[in-house]
Structures are given as structure tokens and as C-alpha cells.
Write a protein of this length. Structure first.
Length: 458
């Protein structure tokens, strides 16, 4: 999404329209175009509406031509005309259809509806129909096959559906999504296939303000910062708050989402986001709230890394400028967010997405507008570029250092993930204890990833 568009939560009616499919939507007539006669327009057979972004409609004339070119279907047509084939018949459009269910014409039994399937003889039409049925809602092999069997029939239909489903890129991503969510060693929350900016982690940073003699924070100055990190692109957004109250955080998040993008999944671990008011706000705005426990290994993943980077940036900046600099800590906070957003480089192959650049004089967009006169060479191609003051070998050395640091970070992260997986496998199982049994619990409480005893104690 661009900077000027806003992605709002999906309404339930939109979701139901994309999931449900009735038989009357599967075969429909094309809408009239201009002033033409509607009787002369061909019928379009498809499983999607006419507002799709691709054109693979199959007309009745194409199905009729495919049946006329097939020897087997022509033999069935001759048998129907001679009255020797009770399992096939001709419909009003001249197509040969296959009767799957027969009418029961008795007084004691109710009439059974006839399920008619159109015989599709051409392999190209078979694949187009299978792709249209699958791209409607990506139901998988079984759902796509059941959808096609409502109206069509051809030999080896399951093979065609399997080939179409295996070649679908969204389904492949969804498959790896399920594998990652079910894998025991996966300690990073999987971003899925919802798109950029749709799955974020939220957390508090701070407080960074000075406390008074009684140890209280000022009530007229921001004290905490809230960071939202996208798992797909590492893009970070943030707001500042005076307290950690939910009533203060919700309006700020609404303003932030209205100005940028609304999220679909929000992963949180702070106790503030466990309140009933925040959960109700997420339900009203169609946000799936995922609350992680304090000992969850997912905290070692992507969102926690950015959270620690912002802490490190502000700590280094605060030590460099002294205690008086804490009065203007929101500027440092938004500067740290800007630094985090500049980390994923496109030119160097994303070698170091978590590299921190301690820029003390970085521009803050809300406070310092861009002066177009100073950066004219970057905005307009007609202006001659001035030679760089930094030699090219310096950039090469920096790129080599980034590559080395990323290799070190990757090896350390793989070791940490393997240790986490081994620690998870070594967790003892829950004992078989009934209510009312007396137990004696003894374990080390220093390890973060061990399961905690929740009772019963008596």
C-alpha cells in the first residue's frame, strides 16, 4: 500500500461473500453490454463474478464446440437421440449432460433433484474451469473438486485439480505457513501471506523521563513509547504516551492506524494489552489479538529484536548527551524509529536488517520539513550530480562489514533457535494428578522457557 491509502478492517459480509458459494452463482448469464440485445449474448459459465482481474470465462458455445469435436460425446449424443442412453440427456442449450441422481416417481417417496453435470471434453477448457473454481476461494483439492462436480464432469478430474492446486502460489505460501506454525523449532512468529503491514508486534518501551523525589513520573509529559513492528517488512511505527493505561493507548493507535494502515493480527506480550478494554477494542476493529505468555520462545523473534534495538539506541544517545537530554526524549524515540526503518537495505541484498546506525542529527519528519533547495540533485534528474565527498572504497568497506556482521548474527540466531528447540523438547510432561491430591512442587525458576505450575496445589 502507498502512503496515501488506508487499509480498513474487512466487514463480515465481505468475508462471507468470498467464502460461500451457492449453485445459482456458479452458472449465470453475462450482463447486457451497451444497447445490445440480451438474447444474442452468450452465456458465461464460471465460478467467479465479472469483476475479476483476469478473463478466463468459458462460454456455452465453447463447450458445445468441444463436445462436437469429441468422438465419444458424439456417440453419446446419437445414443440419446435413439433413446438408448438413460444416463445422459440434452439440455436446452444443446449440451450433453450427465445425470448423477435420478427422479423417484412414487407416491411414498419425495422427488429427488437431478444433479446434472456438463461433459467437458477439451483439456484446455478443463484446466480453465479448474483454475476459475480454485481461484474463487482457494479451498484446496477437495473443495475445488466438490465445487466443479456440481456442474461439470470429465475423466481424471482429480488429476487436473491436483495440478492446478499444486501450481497455485498463494496455496504454496499457505502450506508453508501451516508447516511453520506447526513446527516445534519455529520460534519466530510466522508472518503468513496477509501482506505487508498486516501482522505486527506491539510492545512498550521506557519510561525515559526523569522521576521526582518521590519516584513518580511527570503527568504532563510523555513517559512511555509504543512500538509496532511489521513481521514481513521490519517497518516500525510508534506513539508516545504519558501512562500505560489502555484508555490512553487506544486513541493513539486509532490515529496511527488511520494515518497509515490497519493491522489484521496484533502480537502482544505486555500486561497492558491483556485488559478487557483492549481486547474489546480489537474485536470491534476486526483485529486478531495474539497474547504471548512471558515464557514464550516467540519473544526471541523479530519484534523483540527491534524492541531491543530501540532501547539500545536510546541508551547510547542518553549517555552521550547527559541527563538534561531526557526532557526531549520523544524526538530521540522517533529518530530511533527512523533509524530502524532505514536498516533493511535494498541495494546490498538485505545483508543486515538489524544493523543500527547511531545518527544524532537525523531529520524528524513532523518537526523538520524537507528543504528542496538543498537536495535538488536527488529530486530532479536534470540537475548535475555533485561528486561524493566519501571515497568509494569506504562504501565497499562498510558493505563488507555489514556482510560480516550479518553472518555473525545469522549463526548466533541459528544456535539460539536450536538451543530453544532442544530446551522445548526437554520439557517434562504434566503428571497425572486429580483434584484434591496433595503434591510437592520443586523446580528451578531461573529458566525462562520451562513450563510453570498452574495448580492444583491442594
Amino acid at each position: 500500500p502507498t502512503s496515501t491509502t488506508t487499509i480498513l478492517p474487512k466487514e463480515p459480509a465481505v468475508i462471507d461473500q468470498g467464502v460461500r458459494l451457492s449453485s445459482d452463482k456458479f452458472l449465470y448469464k453475462a450482463p447486457p453490454e451497451d444497447e445490445e440485445d440480451t438474447d444474442t449474448l452468450p452465456q458465461k459459465v464460471n465460478v467467479i463474478q465479472a469483476t475479476a482481474d483476469y478473463d478466463d470465462f468459458v462460454t456455452v458455445q465453447e463447450l458445445r464446440d468441444a463436445q462436437d469435436s469429441c468422438d465419444r460425446v458424439r456417440a453419446i449424443r446419437v445414443a440419446i437421440e435413439d433413446g438408448k442412453d438413460p444416463y445422459h440427456k440434452l439440455n436446452n442449450d444443446g449440451l450433453v449432460i450427465r445425470n448423477v441422481a435420478l427422479d423417484i416417481e412414487t407416491d411414498t417417496e419425495p422427488g429427488t433433484a437431478v444433479l446434472s453435470q456438463i461433459l467437458v471434453a477439451d483439456a484446455g477448457l478443463q484446466r480453465r474451469l479448474a483454475q476459475a473454481a480454485h481461484q474463487f476461494s482457494h479451498r484446496g483439492r477437495r473443495g475445488t473438486l466438490n465445487l466443479l462436480r456440481r456442474r461439470y464432469f470429465w475423466r481424471k478430474m482429480s488429476t487436473t485439480v491436483r495440478q492446478v492446486c499444486d501450481s497455485c502460489e498463494p496455496c504454496q505460501r499457505s502450506k508453508f505457513d501451516r508447516i511453520a506454525r506447526c513446527t516445534l523449532g519455529s520460534t519466530v512468529p510466522w508472518s503468513g501471506y496477509l501482506g505487508a503491514g498486516r501482522i505486527c508486534t506491539i510492545d512498550f518501551v521506557g519510561p525515559f523521563s526523569q522521576r521526582d523525589a518521590n519516584g513518580n513520573l511527570p503527568s504532563d509529559h510523555p513517559n512511555y513509547g509504543v512500538t509496532l513492528t511489521d513481521l514481513a517488512t521490519s517497518y516500525t511505527r510508534g506513539v508516545v504516551t504519558t501512562t500505560k493505561a489502555t484508555a490512553e493507548v487506544i486513541p493513539l493507535l486509532e490515529q496511527l492506524f488511520d494515518s497509515t494502515d490497519w493491522v489484521a493480527v496484533l502480537i502482544a506480550s505486555d500486561s497492558t494489552f491483556r485488559s478487557t478494554q483492549f481486547r474489546y477494542w480489537c474485536e470491534c476493529n476486526k483485529i486478531c489479538l495474539v497474547l504471548l505468555p512471558s515464557f514464550s520462545p516467540s519473544l526471541l523473534g523479530h519484534g523483540e529484536r527491534v524492541h531491543k534495538d530501540i532501547h539500545s539506541y536510546m541508551r547510547v544517545t542518553t549517555v552521550a548527551h547527559g541527563l538534561d537530554f531526557l526532557e526531549d526524549w520523544p524526538s530521540v524515540f522517533f529518530r530511533a524509529i527512523r533509524v530502524v526503518n532505514t536498516c533493511p537495505y535494498v541495494e546490498d541484498g538485505h545483508l543486515c536488517p538489524h544493523d543500527m546506525h547511531y545518527i544524532h542529527r537525523a531529520r524528524i519528519p513532523p518537526l523538520e520539513p524537507v528543504d528542496t533547495g538543498e537536495i535538488g540533485q536527488k529530486l530532479y534528474g536534470a540537475v548535475l550530480d555533485t561528486p561524493s565527498l566519501v571515497p568509494q572504497d569506504v562504501y565497499q568497506d562498510v558493505a563488507a562489514i555489514r556482510k560480516q556482521r550479518w553472518a555473525q548474527f545469522k549463526s548466533a540466531w541459528l544456535d539460539r533457535r536450536e538451543k530453544t528447540r532442544q530446551e522445548t523438547l526437554r520439557r517434562p510432561g504434566m503428571p497425572e494428578i486429580a483434584a484434591g491430591d496433595y503434591v510437592y512442587v520443586w523446580q528451578s525458576t531461573t529458566r525462562k522457557l520451562t513450563w510453570k505450575w498452574r495448580g492444583p496445589y491442594v
